[in-house]
Design a protein around this ligand. Structure first.
Ligand code: 1GP
Length: 238
């Protein structure tokens, strides 16, 4: 089987279609040497703002994936599609409900060989995604390990996404998750706004994702994470 393009990604910038980004900033992000750009957001993502952002990113060669947060924003033309499934929620609609609804209409049109599920573990209670999905964020190390077994060994999801969006997470938990997976790639995102944090995250996870720092007057710091991740060896599989 051909390996998926994201399996080589170490550093990724995540861009939110709802947020304004100037041409200069977008140019810096797309020319930064990052492995890929993921387009995605929790709220306010529409067909129009997703198409608009895609067409601007397409001026560059950087691979571009869509994290599909809703049926309305399922825009064709991306290199890859990620379908989030929130594992640590009791609300089944965020695990498979919305996804099944979308598949009823779109299942026959999905480019399946360019599409992968992400098992999301949302661990920052203040993150918009945690509040929207009712995520149980107060997981201790044993519970997190159990979710990782569920995602990796039982569900055989290709990606486990440890999401601390908005705050820097506990790298010892991330590292432990990363050590225990056998097939899944571990994505880490949350609060990376310096080369140091990027380095630590890159030691702990297979793929490091940087979002907010691009927008919050910390562009230079955000850009510094690319080189920091590149220089860091992940001592783990992948
Ligand atoms: C968000 O995981 C990403 O989905 C990145 O998090 O925005 O905190 O960098 P930040």
């Amino acid at each position: 089987m051909q390996s998926a393009i994201y399996e080589t990604w170490r550093h990724v910038f995540k861009l939110d279609p709802e947020r304004e980004i100037s041409d200069e900033t977008l140019d810096a992000v797309c020319m930064s040497g990052t492995d890929a750009v993921i387009v995605g957001g929790t709220t306010g993502v529409t067909y129009d703002n997703t198409v608009d952002l895609l067409s601007r990113i397409r001026r560059y060669e950087v691979p571009c994936a869509l994290e599909v947060s809703g049926e309305a924003s399922a825009v064709p033309g991306f290199d890859y599609y990620f379908i989030p499934m929130v594992l640590n929620t009791d609300r089944a609609e965020w695990l498979i409900g919305h996804q099944v609804e979308a598949l009823r209409r779109l299942g026959a049109f999905i480019p399946w060989d360019q599409t992968a599920a992400e098992g999301y573990l949302i661990l920052n209670p203040d993150a918009k995604a945690a509040q929207l999905t009712g995520a149980r964020t107060d997981l201790d190390a044993e519970s997190l390990a159990a979710y990782v077994y569920m995602a990796d060994r039982l569900m055989r999801l290709p990606i486990v996404y440890i999401e601390y969006s908005g705050t820097y997470g506990d790298m010892s938990l991330v590292k432990r998750a990363c050590k225990s997976v056998t097939g899944a790639r571990v994505f880490y995102g949350g609060g990376i706004d310096s080369a140091d944090k990027a380095r630590q995250a890159a030691e702990a996870a297979h793929t490091v994702i940087v979002g907010n720092a691009i927008y919050d007057d910390r562009l230079e710091a955000a850009l510094s994470t690319v080189q920091a991740v590149r220089e860091t060896v992940c001592g783990l599989r992948g």
